[in-house]
Structure formats: C-alpha cells, structure tokens
Design a protein around this ligand. Sequence first.
Ligand code: SER
Length: 582
Amino acid sequence: MTTNELRQKYLNFFKSKGHAIIPSASLIPENDPSVLFSTAGMHPLVPYLMGEKHPAGTTLASVQKCVRTGDIDEVGDNTHGTFFEMLGNWSLGDYFKKESIEMSFEFLTKELNIPIEKLAFTVFEGDDDADKDVESAEFWKSHGVLSDRIQALNKEENWWPAGGKNPGPQGPDTEIFYWASDEPAPEKFDPEDDTWIEIWNNVFMQFNKTDKGYEPLKQKNVDTGMGLERTVAVLNGIDDLYQIDIYVPIIKKIEEITGLKYSDKKREFRIVADHIRSAVMIMGDRNGIAPSNLDQGYIVRRLIRRAVRFGKILGIDKAFTHEVAEVVLVQMSAVYDDVKENHDNVLNQLKAEEEKFAKTLEKGLKEFEKMSSDNKISGAEAFILFSTYGFPLEMTQELAAEKGVTIDEVEFEKEMKKHQEASKKGSEQKFKGGLADSGEETARLHTATHLLQAALRKVLGDHVAQKGSNITTERLRFDFTHDEKLTDEQKQEVEKLVNEWIKADYEVNCEELSFDEAKNKGAIGLFEDKYGDQVKVYSIDEISCEMCGGPHAKRTGELGHFKIKKEKASSAGVRRIKAVLE
Ligand code: SER
C-alpha cells in the first residue's frame, strides 16, 4: 500500500459514506496567533465544531497538511518527522460514536483487509468531568472485538487534546492500535507494549473547556485523525518511516548527491530528508512563508540550516537542497495545487537561504571550535555565532550537546535583548534566537490591518469579521465577511477613518493574556482554536482590540498614508481588500 493509495482509498470510502471531501486548509493558520502551523485536521474546523454551519455540510473528510515543530530536534530516529499528512473524517453534530466506530471498523477490516486479530482499542476510563466511555467499548465488541483487546485509560491517554487542560472544544477519544509484527498478537492487549502502534484516533468532541470548566457543546461532534505516513509504514510492515514509498526517492536522491549509502548514515539522511520536505511544504503553501528570523519564517530557517549542516556532515560541498526539494515538489505537486503553483518560489527561496548560510557555516563552525576549547560557550559567544554566522541558537545548542560543552543561555538571552533594544525591534520575539528582521514595513501593515478592520466595522457594521489576512512587505490583503460590493463613499469613509487614526498617533499597546482574559476584554479574533495558554492582545486606544501574533508598529503615527487599492469579492459573502501605506 502506497501513500497515494491509502490517501485515495480513505477519501473514496468516506465519500461513499456521504462525506463531503474538503481540501486541506493552509499549513499556516489564518486568524490564529497562538499556533504557528496546523497540527491536526480539526484545526481549521474549530468554528464548525463549536456550532457554526460548514458550507460543505455536516459530514466531512479531508487530508490535512500538518507540521509539528516540537519534533524538530527529535528528527533522526526511525519514527519522528515534522511535516506529515493527516487523514480525517468529521461529524459536525451529525453521527456520533456508533456510526464513527462502525465506519472505522469497516474501513480497517474490509477496505484495508486488516484481520481483527491485529487490532486493539483504548477508551476513556472516566473521571469527575466525564463518565467512563462504556458505549465505545460496547460498539467495538458488537463488531466482534474481544474484551481483552479493549483497555480503558485516563485523560492523559484517552482525551483530545491530551489531558483536557487547555480551553477549546474537546472530548474523550477511542484509539485504534495495530500489531506491527509478524508474530501473532498476544490475546491480551497491553498498551505499554510498543509493538502496538496507534494508527487512528476517534475523538468525541462534546465539551468546550472555559474558565468555568467543561461545558457541553451545542452539538456532539466526531473528529478523527490518522497519520498517513505512519499508517502506510505499519501496514507495509516497515519499522522505519523513512523507508516508505514517499521517502524512498528522496533518500535515493541524497544517496546520489553524497555517493553514500542510507544504511551507513541513517540519522543524517533522515534529518536532511525531513527538513527539506517540511521546508518545501511551508514555503510552498498558499500562505507560504519564506525563511526569516520571525515566527514561522524562523522555523523554515532552522529547518533549512539544519539540513545544510547535516548535508555538510555527509560530505556535500555544494548547494544541494534544491535538488532534494525538486523530488518533494514533484511528489507533492500532484496532491496540492498550491505547492505546484509555488514551485519556482520554493526553489528560489531555498537557494537564497542555502547560499546565505553556506557562506558563513564553515567559518562559524571554526569559530565554534575555538570558542568551545574551554568547554563552555558564553552567552556573548553564542550571540556572535547567531548574529555574525547565522547559527540559530538551537543549532549552537545542538553542536554544544554533541561536543559535551555547556552554553550560557541566560546570558545569551540578555545579549539578545540588548541587541534588540539597540535596534528597537525587540518586542515581537516568540522564539529564542529570533531577530526581528522581517522589517518595519510588515509591522506597519499589520497595524494598518487592525485599523482597517476597525474602520470597516464602523462603516459597514459589526458583522464584519476577518476571514483571512496576508501581508507582504508591499501591501496588506484582508478578507472579511460582507455581502455587497463597497460603494466609493464607503471606501473613502474607511480610508478617511484609518488616516485620521494614523494622524492621531496613538500608541499600539501589547499585552499577553490568557484566552479568557482576552475574551473578557472584548478582544476580537478567533478564540476557539487556541491551544497555547497565552495570547497577545494588541489594542489601539478605544478603536481596536485584537488578538494577534504581530509584529506591530509602536505608534500609529509611523504608518504614513493609507490607501485602498482594490476591493472585490473573494468568495460567497466574503470581500477582499488590498491596501498599501504610501
Ligand atoms: N484531533 C485528533 C488528533 O489530532 C483527531 O483528529 O489526533
């Protein structure tokens, strides 16, 4: 079974069960400052899980592009990766446990022909907040599953998001495990035994966590997720993710470039393969992000630079990332239109980043050797590696760990702050080691977008809500709910208001608040899909109060003159404005 086959089989199956197939949402969440990337298929569906009507109906299925950045440093073993695709099917207040379990069972045993003996299941054991999930266990049994193959576990294991601590929609789940061995599976299921590999997670999203506790959602939803690559690996009896069909040509290309064998240098090969694949998918997304020192851009930068460093360890002494990227682009262009459209962009950005870093990498490594001769790297030294040689702090940390030397991170942070204060660009750092280089233009356009939204709400009404936002160094683009074309008078009125607010030179205030505090303060933005604890809230006088990742200008007076360049329909009920600061 190949990844293409499983992807297609899954979608066909759920289509035959009446699900609308929806395209993958962008990897870069719009309207959501609390997460950098989409990490699960349900991510873009949160408003609909909360009760909003989805235009495609109440039963949906998709393949979602996902990136989990927590795993970057783990990449190198046989299971970890940063980019992956997630197969998912949803019921938005439509079917619930019985049908969800029935369909999962049918798909696994009839479509994929997995013998029931190779399957095991977990369900939620119950606690003060929610009852034990006896129904799910009963439904599995009704399909012939023996009690010994069903285990009830606690909230850390059988609840999604795990532990149920964060606000937002959530609920108990039932997870499906596959016996990944040719030996017969033991009769009794032991979830601690690693040969049982989780392949599918059916979440019964029926609660919304708020500061008052778990409140029942308006509707009972189902959210399921199956990791595509991992499932292909286990179904093929392959215990190395990097040996499945989608990675084989990538690994081959690296063998070709290096003249080495994968089996001799697995860790380095995997890092190069994963990081370039992820970077390609992030840059090639329809909201594609180029390498930078900020937010998602910093992740892309880290991925590319780490790949280049490991390429060097493999003995590569020329620009090579584009050659590997080309393989990924061919594969993924067949699945995702945005990747296809961004083909040249991706290669150009990749080449530019590699070139930039290749120039300093060698010298930086020599410098690192010198600096670490006393078995420690001071904060000032780590900062020089960062600012002069372009080493992300994480890279210096990794080098230090490899060599067994220590590094003074606290002092590094201090150096970083000093530098940021000096260049007055420090307020937007989300990451250790990130320097705000994305430019003041972008920051100004972010602030202009907030003023634009406030002005639109004033002129057109409070039904105006952000549907999308995209900012380059040249212009802002803002999508919002509104049914009709704006009249010339309305456009002029909006421009006038924004320009008045700019003239008034208001301070742009930033606070870090919990979701609930932000909500209470009346901040606008999409609250429901937040998984982190804190959000940033930017407010401008009484005019605007919005949750946003930034960056922003310090004062509205910095913005210059605001002008709407274009106003047109974006999709049904959504208008799009392009505007500039002159
Ligand atoms: N949201 C759940 C997960 O990511 C199911 O899709 O596992």
